[in-house]
Design a protein around this ligand. Structure first.
Ligand code: ADP
Ligand code: MG
Length: 293
């Protein structure tokens, strides 16, 4: 089923002449881990706002085209109704986390949704468990690290158990370890709960390793779409747009190894392909190790 269907979407912010989205079409199916990348200003945040209803319900501007979430036009829904099916996580966890302690933060999103106290309790527990914050329930939010705050923002967004989670650069303030943790949480939600994940992210190393399919935006248009391997093969286009090809993929392309979908996007996969390549050439990886040391 189509979670998201976008057809010929144009959006220009009020007061601006340049369209932020310029003829975008896109479809995301239920259960996908879908990654959207592109340089700063490409339209990632604007697209996220079109999916969660901030456009047109909050931001003013000129909108043309269709945005359907579970078959329903976003413009004809209300933000409150949309919030039941679409959970949102924004770039800046610092300003997104507003309550005094962890429990209140997760409960906040559930209030006014008509859950009984027992259901609320269950959902708070489940959400904190899923993001690995079970032991943090009574902790003041001011004590949390950047990564913990970002995980809390995700817990608050997923507590109502939306069928789709839209995340706008949720790891932008995190170090590599924190970033990996967030992606692992998202993979778990996707694999274990079947939650559809739509994530805007500039860190292509992680996006390519975790997403099922990805889209590259440039100036409000889709320039590439496909499996991470298919997209990352287009090195010349990506260099021109300003999207980073992960080092491991760049190395494989240079050596001519990892054909088609076998293009390595993780270090482990890359290492095993390079070892095979060296063996074929009569050089064992141990030999290389000796040379280095
Ligand atoms: N609130 C706004 N008002 C006017 N223009 C905006 C606003 N937000 C973003 N833009 C413009 O829309 C374009 C797309 O921005 P954005 O969606 O934030 O891109 P990204 O998230 O990929 O960096 C940019 O040219 C940006 O300057
Ligand atoms: Mg943005």
């Amino acid at each position: 089923m189509g979670v998201l269907e976008i057809k010929d979407l144009y959006f220009t912010y009020g007061g601006s002449d340049t369209p932020a989205l310029n003829g975008l079409s896109l479809r995301v199916d239920e259960g996908e881990f879908f990654g959207i990348t592109g340089p700063t200003g490409a339209g990632k945040t604007t697209l996220a706002c079109c999916i969660n209803g901030l456009i047109p319900h909050f931001y003013r501007g000129r909108l043309q085209g269709r945005v359907l979430v579970f078959g329903e036009p976003v413009g004809e829904s209300t933000p409150a109704r949309l919030a039941r099916s679409v959970g949102s996580v924004f770039q800046d966890a610092e300003s997104q986390v507003i309550c005094a302690d962890v429990e209140q933060e997760v409960a906040f999103g559930l209030e006014n949704m008509g859950f009984s106290p027992r259901e609320m309790e269950e959902r708070i527990q489940t959400a904190l468990e899923l993001v690995g914050l079970s032991g943090f329930r009574q902790r003041p939010t001011a004590w949390l690290s950047g990564g913990e705050k970002q995980r809390l923002a995700i817990a608050a967004a997923l507590a109502p158990l939306p069928r789709v989670l839209v995340l706008d650069e949720p790891t932008s303030e995190l170090d590599p370890l924190g970033t990996r943790e967030i992606f692992q949480v998202l993979r778990r939600l996707n694999r274990e709960m079947g939650m559809t994940i739509i994530i805007m992210e500039q860190k292509t190393d992680y996006l390519a390793a975790f997403a099922d399919r990805m889209l590259v935006l440039e100036a409000g248009r889709a320039v590439l779409e496909g499996s991470p391997a298919a997209v990352m093969r287009q090195q010349a286009d990506l260099d021109r747009v300003g999207v980073r090809v992960p080092d491991v993929a760049r190395l494989a392309l240079m050596l001519g190894i990892g054909r088609d979908e076998n293009l390595p996007l993780t270090v482990d996969h890359g290492r095993s392909l390079v070892e095979k390549w060296l063996q074929k050439r009569g050089q064992s990886p141990f030999h290389t190790g000796k040379l280095i040391s």
